[in-house]
Write a protein that binds this ligand. Sequence first.
Ligand code: C2E
Ligand code: MG
Ligand code: MG
Length: 275
Amino acid sequence: HFYNEDMNDAAQEHRALESMIRQALKNREFELHYQPKIDIGTGAVLGSESLIRWNQPERGMIGPDEFIPVAERCQLIVEIGEWVLQEACRQNVVWQKTGMPPLNCSVNLSPFQLRDSRLIQSIDDVLATTGFDPGCLEVEITESAILHNIESITALLRLLRMRGIAVSIDDFGTGYSSLTHLKQLPVDKLKIDRSFVSNIMGHDGDAEITSAAISLGQTFGLKVIAEGVEEQSQLDFLRAEGCDQAQGYFLSRPLSAADFVEWYDAHHDRHAATN
Ligand code: C2E
Ligand code: MG
Ligand code: MG
């Protein structure tokens, strides 16, 4: 009764993708790109968000929205997540060794990773093997991940923060986290979702929502970052509202490790010239 041909196609495609992802891990087809985050007040580069891409030999570069959901359903996300953490920390240590100041490095954690009992151990292992300073590491989690099991997530976030790792709530405003949760959660930062930021100059309330989110963050003593900043006018609005940090195409798209260094040097020079 519940069977139709579409489902068969979808299931087959899903299985094919799953085995390709498995292969991709073995063949090292994943890479990280890094999107700069800046201090809105000073313009200084604070660090970067690590974003995974799949460089598939036949299909070219595939974005995370196309394979992360599949990886989550077949539990490969834990292994992918471990690779992301390891690679992001390794790369940031390399940058520091080549003379860049210590920058903040953020990594997205899937709700499935948060529920995996090995998470803390694997983070400790990565920190030990790479020598990366946990004080420079930040994890981004979504509101929906928190809602799932508030008590155990709270305990987990405490363990992260005991290590000096910062916790940021990604896509803030799109989930359903209650203000009670927000007040209690051991987090450091709110990341205002791109959907509000991209519409700041419109007239359907997104500017008001963005201002309210900034105030809310400040009330709780949290840093606030806006994602998806694409225009000067949006940055100006955010600055006027007291938003701390920004990220988005207006500043830079996510960059390969090599391009990030080039961008950093150019931005740094510009920044020095205007200050
Ligand atoms: P996210 O964590 O909210 O990341 C921000 C996404 O917005 C990135 O898409 C980034 O390229 C894009 N973006 C940044 N600035 C702009 C802008 O100004 N305009 C527009 N239109 N887009 C902008 P990306 O890289 O495709 O990643 C999509 C999502 O995939 C991420 O959303 C995150 O949820 C997930 N993701 C990425 N990397 C990882 C990872 O390593 N692990 C896990 N679990 N999820 C990841
Ligand atoms: Mg993110
Ligand atoms: Mg986001």
